[in-house]
Design a protein around this ligand. Structure first.
Ligand code: TEU
Length: 570
């Protein structure tokens, strides 16, 4: 991709407000807590903050179930607190983008309350209401209008007794899907977006925005295939990158962004997206969004479902990320991420969170930040925070994990096996308190945290790292500075080397007469650097070390365990 928009050279930092910093001692993070910690982000050098949802919400899915789009949940503070946070970010030269969750609302949103009140309510058609399947009595098993499975276990339809019809919820039953076919719904969404832009926010991360157009080409919503390991059908083909999604996003662009003078960040979260659709979403000529979060690389270790954890194959990871680099090289733009609030901690998943935690955390940052695209840092990633190692369901809070556990065990699965999957893949791994220091609860709260801190906080915390030049934090700071200072990191052409090597992740970035060579050892053993692909990079053995994750220089032709180097030629 080419172009001079500010977000091309930016690094985004994601905050999960519930788990970041608690200023008032109620055990839940809040806006004032974030404001107090802005200097941490300024020290790291990030350009943008993305806030996970802080709107009023029953918190069934930690704020991804919104009951009022024009306010702040009292748990997190007030609109005044928000304005202070926004001003504090802007004063430090950082932008702030909001999470926009408009595939669905909370069932406690006023729109849904109206919609469910009667079959002829004017807002009835704002959601997906359907009668029971032909020949079935409403409420009996199998009477759901389609066989679709919810992302969070069980059917994607809930019977509403009041009117005897079902409503669609791709996520929990407290997250009914909005009907984007209805132009009034789209108008309402564009209006609330404009309201936040008027307030001064710098863009949006758009939750599951590629699921908003449901496929009605058969005249109705069809059944999906029931895949092995599943009780319900896969509706994804009928709502992923659906027939009108590009039209809707272009309309949003025209209605919300185009009339404004500024350049905003618009990042679309797009589970199941293909490179073909990603190119359509992010081609600047088309006026839709700026970049997407694709999911292929974070789905590689999923088996029949996400908690059926499979070993990660580095060759497959390189194939996936390399293909995405290539697909969006000329037009469009990549988002780059290992972590977010839905993924386990990268150092545990792709690195070694034991002996080589520090080295492998730095290696993962290096590899990701040297790709072509906009990198995202998830809170705590810059400290090398690791998975918790949950041993009991009592430690879990996430509705996805808890629902999955109860459905799987009810279906006869061994609870220990189910818990083992959740231990590795559960979203709560990302949601334990941010580790600020070695005081109780990692300095996150003076009260009782809503979820326990990872016990490793006495060792892994910000206070121990910020001023230590050898820390993961300092390494991330250098990676971010490198992006800001070296145009090759932002614009250079990407070329994968040694794609079939099972331990070496190597690539070049080239811009005019500068070549950056990145070599990374995804293993705990020494790795000789002798692949024929390296010989294509003339003079690489004499290249200057720009950034490495080991203190001493080491041997030119050997990478130490989890060693990563950025080398510069020219
Ligand atoms: O996630 C959408 C999504 O497809 C997955 O990441 C999902 O959270 C899960 O991992 C499926 O197994 C977005 C949000 O990021 C997530 O937190 C919300 O729960 C979800 O949408 C619903 O709003």
């Amino acid at each position: 991709g080419t172009g001079s928009e500010w977000w091309r050279s930016a690094v985004v930092y994601q905050i999960y407000p519930r788990s970041f910093a608690d200023s008032d001692g109620d055990g839940i993070g809040d806006l004032n807590g974030i404001t107090e910690r802005l200097d941490h982000l300024a020290a790291l050098g990030v350009d943008v903050i993305w806030l996970s949802p802080v709107y009023p919400s029953p918190q069934d899915d930690n704020g991804y179930d919104i009951s009022d789009y024009r306010g702040i949940d009292p748990t997190f503070g007030s609109l005044d607190d928000f304005d202070r946070l926004l001003a504090g970010a802007h004063e430090r030269g950082m932008r702030l983008v909001m999470d926009l969750v408009v595939n669905h609302t909370s069932d406690e949103h006023a729109w849904f309350a109206e919609s469910r009140s009667s079959r002829d309510n004017p807002k009835r058609d704002w959601y997906w209401w359907r009668p029971a399947r032909e020949g079935h009595d409403a409420g009996t098993p199998g009477a759901e209008p389609t066989n679709w499975e919810s992302f969070f276990s069980g059917p994607a339809w809930e019977l509403d007794e009041a009117t005897g019809e079902y409503y669609l919820h791709l996520f929990t039953r407290k997250q009914p899907d909005l009907n984007w076919e209805n132009p009034e719904v789209r108008r309402a969404v564009y209006d609330l977006m404009s309201w936040w832009l008027d307030r001064g926010v710098d863009g949006f991360r758009m939750d599951v925005i590629n699921l908003i157009s449901k496929d009605l080409t058969s005249g109705t919503l069809p059944d999906g295939e029931v895949r092995p390991g599943h009780r319900y059908g896969d509706g994804a083909p009928f709502y992923t990158d659906g027939p009108r999604v590009h039209e809707f996003l272009h309309e949003m662009h025209e209605e919300v962004f185009a009339p404004r003078g500024s350049t905003y960040l618009r990042v679309a979260e797009t589970p199941g997206v293909t490179t073909e659709h990603a190119l359509l979403y992010t081609d600047p000529e088309r006026g839709e969004v700026d970049m997407v979060f694709q999911f292929e690389h974070v789905n590689l270790d999923h088996g029949v479902h996400k908690f059926d954890v499979q070993p990660l194959d580095l060759v497959a990871l390189k194939e996936t990320l390399g293909r995405w680099q290539e697909a969006l090289a000329e037009r469009g733009w990549n988002s780059l991420y290992w972590n977010n609030h839905d993924q386990p901690r990268a150092v545990s998943r792709y690195g070694d969170d034991g002996e080589f935690r520090v080295e492998s955390a730095k290696l993962l940052g290096t590899v990701l930040h040297l790709h072509h695209g906009t990198p995202y840092v998830y809170q705590g990633e810059e400290l090398g925070m690791a998975n918790v190692g949950f041993t009991s369901t009592a430690q879990l809070r996430d509705v996805e994990s808890l629902n999955f556990f109860s459905h799987a065990v009810a279906d006869g699965a061994d609870p220990e096996v189910v818990l083992a999957g959740i231990r590795e893949m559960g979203r709560d791994n990302a949601r334990t308190p941010m580790q600020w220091d070695d005081s109780p609860h990692a300095g996150f709260t003076r009260g009782t945290p809503w979820i326990e801190a990872n016990p490793d906080f006495t060792e892994v915390n910000a206070a121990a790292q910020v001023d230590d030049p050898a820390s993961v934090f300092s390494h991330y700071r250098k990676l971010i500075r490198l992006r800001h200072e070296e145009p090759t990191v932002v614009h250079g052409e990407f070329a994968m080397l040694a794609p079939q090597d099972p331990s070496l992740y190597a690539f070049t970035r080239s811009l005019e007469d500068v070549v950056l060579l990145v070599v990374a050892n995804f293993s705990g053993q020494d790795l000789p650097l002798e692949h024929p692909d390296l010989e294509k990079v003339k003079g690489w053995e004499e290249a200057t070390l720009v950034l490495g994750n080991y203190a001493g220089a080491g041997e030119v032709a050997t990478l130490r365990p989890w060693e990563a180097r950025v080398l510069r030629l020219g």
